[in-house]
Ligand binder design. Sequence first.
Ligand code: P6P
Length: 334
Amino acid sequence: MSKNLVQFIIEEQRQLPGANGDFTGLLSDIIMACKQIAHSVNKGALIGVLGSAGSENIQGETQKKLDVITNDIFIEANQWSGHLAAMASEEMDDIYPIPAQYPKGKFLLTFDPLDGSSNIDVNISVGTIFSILRCPEGVTNPSAEDFLQPGTQQICAGYALYGPSTMLVLTTGHGVNGFTLNNDIGEFMLTHPNMTIPADTQEFAINMSNQRFWEAPVQRYVDECVKGKTPGGREKNFNMRWVASMVAEVHRILIRGGIFMYPFDNKEVGKAGKLRLLYESNPMSFIVEQAGGVCSTGRERIMELKPTGLHQRVPVILGSKNEVERVVGYHKGA
Ligand code: P6P
């Protein structure tokens, strides 16, 4: 029988110098939250969780009922155990300090509890994204500032994908491993050890309806992909995908390669991109880089950006090394 996720984490922990089980305990709480979310997402209309919550988040986005429910699940599963000093979520304006009745720990957790939730009412795959940072030494009551650490400071990043099967994909800086939820025993089992992204691809993912707002390097890259093996195109033909669920796109890229782009666009003045740095772009960058891929804004490595705000948005170009480097090269040449 293949290894389950908790056994895998404990064996990983033995490799971490000075590890005392804190980190394993935190991951176990996160895993529990993902299992509960999987249950709610899977039941959907049967338990009345579809549709709008009738509220907006700080992003000005209408919240689905499941956005609120899954955020509460993450808070409940992680606030009590003494591993965290605070949390930050796409669905909460400010950070969530651990309430006084619970012990505080040495980690910070950022998460997007239900990424791609616009798909939930039409039964298309959605996911959860999370990232674990260390709380700065000596800080017992962290502020939002303490979360503003570059992605290179992450000690763990992962996502759960609620699709035909529920999977959890994780990195602690020693490669990327994928686990599939066995509903018969309620455990995530190791099914995709050492996930690696092919350096080349023939598949690109971008929301083409924004084409008129893109900068020239992205216009050029996408135009060449669409032209394929015709004049002005590439040495090969390309296929296109757009699921509008970052977790599903990144998972596909981890399995068979690809390039995912939500680049800078001038659709809205002052909005640098759509995806949020702390709880979408950084955790996905950690995972993709650990699987041999590349993640850039087009001009800078995403994981080296110094965050300026909890909900800061950045342009994202990630995936197969050789394709992302081509797009970065076009930006350099522009
Ligand atoms: P659009 C979901 O809201 C999300 O944050 C990502 O998961 C997804 O890739 C993107 O936005 C979809 O954006 O503009 O196509 O709806």
